[in-house]
Design a protein around this ligand. Structure first.
Ligand SMILES: [Zn+2]
Length: 120
């Protein structure tokens, strides 16, 4: 599996067997994604050190900038009102927040946890 496939599969970066997230969450009912603490198969602890996922914030920022850029590129042809455009952008930020949270953590985790580096 390549990097993108691994992230989309949302499985443990070491054994690629267990799902990292217990639930994906749902923004419509304000249910946040729930992440498992460790892999049930190989025991790999996902938060390897305190603040490990701090860097995922920067990944999330990059994701939302790319998403809003793409959305603006499409929406600008249909919406000429600036206030409506801003409202659409804020709506997109809210609607993608849980997905960005989940995938930014997965990208960060898979970037920093490579099976090639494992000794045991
Ligand atoms: Zn595992």
């Amino acid at each position: 599996m390549n990097f993108v496939q691994k992230v989309i599969a949302a499985k443990c970066p070491i054994c690629e067997q267990e799902k990292v997230f217990e639930s994906s969450g749902n923004i419509l009912v304000l249910k946040a994604p729930k992440m498992n603490e460790a892999c049930g198969n190989c025991g790999h602890k996902y938060e390897t050190e305190p603040g490990f996922f701090f860097g995922a914030m920067f990944v999330s920022y990059g994701m939302i900038v790319a998403e809003l850029g793409a959305l603006y590129f499409v929406v600008q042809y249909f919406v000429s009102n600036l206030e409506a455009l801003i409202a659409i952008m804020f709506g997109a930020i809210i609607l993608t927040s849980f997905t960005n949270f989940k995938y930014s953590r997965l990208i960060w985790m898979h970037m920093l946890t490579s099976t090639d580096k494992q000794i045991d």
